[in-house]
Write a protein that binds this ligand. Structure first.
Ligand code: NDP
Ligand code: GDR
Length: 374
């Protein structure tokens, strides 16, 4: 059973588990518009054959919400899951400053609701539990690189909620002998990454600029340093963590970090443009110095300013630097990251260029194109 099945990680994890022959149950939220775009390709329409519905398709979705105890308890009772992956969350750090109480409810108490439902239903010896913990717990870092023993210093309502979830997971393991563990995952991205997280905002924004759909990308703190991996590598580790003899917590990271600015530079190169960064703080800009691939970037000229800073994207308290040490995961589980940040960036830009070309074509034919930015 996967909470957050409609999100980036939920979609990759569902694919992985289905490949392994699992029956996968996902919890999705009711939404006024479709929210299953990331999993539509694996969903088997029960009516697709035109005849009677197939009741035993391996992939089932249940309406639910991490704020709704009775709903979660009912679904867990129905499904009797062997493994629960709690990936559902209000996962945006900046948004957590706007909605701190909701974030605490979903990300903190939501975890307790699942653990307590498992215990209440007498499943504590059957159901294994994975908690999506985060490098945001390290916040104002106390040690470089960060490992399982590094003290936490959360810097946002999101991180504070996830701190509660981290400890309540350990508490249920120690109190009730549950197989419950935390994956302390550093940032991981992909073409399925939400459009308002910085990597996807950059790859999508630059692809749109290259194809003439936008003029300029506005970002916040370009000095922030992150340890970025690929979501596919990280969901493999989520599964591995539930297959051990005893439950333990693991840091999952690449061990390399780069700045937001360098991710912009790398993405621009993938989109056929070379950039020069000048100015400091809120006056920093990126100017195009060369068009290396005019087929990718037909709508951009040398001298165009295509990235600027907007202080609106600064956070009340920032996490400036994160760098993980995945040594324990490598030693104990043999896990290693297979996709580099350069390969991931290339995949993301290629995907966003395909989308941008489609949108540009529609626009040329007079259709309205939504290139919403945030
Ligand atoms: P996403 O934001 O892409 O997905 C979050 C999922 O949670 C979505 O399916 C969303 O539904 C669902 N959700 C949100 N609120 C609720 C709610 N109230 N009840 C039930 N479901 C809800 O996140 P990722 O896939 O990137 O991350 C997965 C998990 O890992 C999250 O818990 C995140 O905090 C954590 N994490 C992520 C990292 C990363 O770099 N990606 C790193 C470390 C931890 P909907 O689609 O309807 O919005
Ligand atoms: P993060 O990811 O906060 O690390 O949380 P995000 O991509 O939002 O920010 C990374 C860094 O980039 C800086 N930044 C901007 N961020 C956004 N979103 N938009 C901008 O315009 C912008 N400009 C600069 C940020 O200030 C920050 O320093 C992600 C989420 O997936 C969490 O759920 C997860 O727990 C952590 O990663 C690990």
């Amino acid at each position: 059973m996967i909470t957050g099945i409609t999100g980036q990680d939920g979609s990759y994890l569902a694919e992985l588990l289905l490949e392994k022959g699992y029956a996968v149950h996902g919890i999705k939220r009711r939404s006024s518009s479709f929210n299953t775009e990331r999993i539509d390709h694996i969903y088997q329409d029960p009516h697709a054959s035109g005849g009677h519905p197939h009741p035993d398709a391996n992939f089932k979705l249940h309406y639910g919400d991490l704020t709704d105890t009775s709903n979660l308890t009912r679904i867990i009772n129905e499904v009797q899951p062997d493994e629960v992956y709690n990936l559902g969350a209000q996962s945006h750090v900046a948004v957590s400053f706007e909605s701190p109480e909701y974030t605490a409810d979903v990300d903190g108490l939501g975890t307790l609701r699942l653990l307590e439902a498992i215990r209440f239903l007498g499943l504590e010896k059957k159901t294994r539990f994975y908690q999506a913990s985060t490098s945001e717990l390290f916040g104002l870092v106390q040690e470089i690189p960060q490992r399982e023993t590094t003290p936490f210093y959360p810097r946002s309502p999101y991180a504070c909620a996830k701190l509660y979830a981290y400890w309540i997971t350990i508490n249920y393991r120690e109190s009730y002998g549950m197989y419950a563990c935390n994956g302390i995952l550093f940032n991981h991205e992909s073409p399925r990454r939400g459009e308002t997280f910085v990597t996807r905002k950059i790859t999508r924004g630059l692809a749109n600029i290259a194809q003439g759909l936008e003029k300029c990308l506005f970002l916040g703190n370009m000095d922030a340093l992150r340890d970025w991996g690929h979501a596919k590598d990280y969901v493999r580790m989520q599964w591995m963590m539930l297959q051990q003899e005893t439950a333990e917590d693991f840091v999952i990271a690449t061990g390399q970090q780069i700045s937001v600015r360098d991710f912009v530079r790398m993405s621009a190169a993938e989109a056929g443009m070379q950039l020069d960064f000048t100015g400091e703080g809120i006056d920093e800009i990126a100017t195009v110095t060369e068009i290396a691939d005019a087929e990718k970037a037909p709508q951009v000229s040398v001298g165009d300013v295509i990235v600027r800073v907007d202080p609106r994207y600064f956070r009340p308290a920032e996490v400036e630097t994160l760098l993980g040490d995945p040594a324990k995961a490598k030693a104990k589980l043999g896990w290693e990251c297979e996709i580099s940040v350069e390969e991931m960036c290339a995949e993301m830009v290629a995907n966003d260029l395909v989308n941008a070309r489609k949108h540009a074509l529609l626009k040329r034919h007079g259709h309205h194109v939504n290139v919403a930015v945030e």
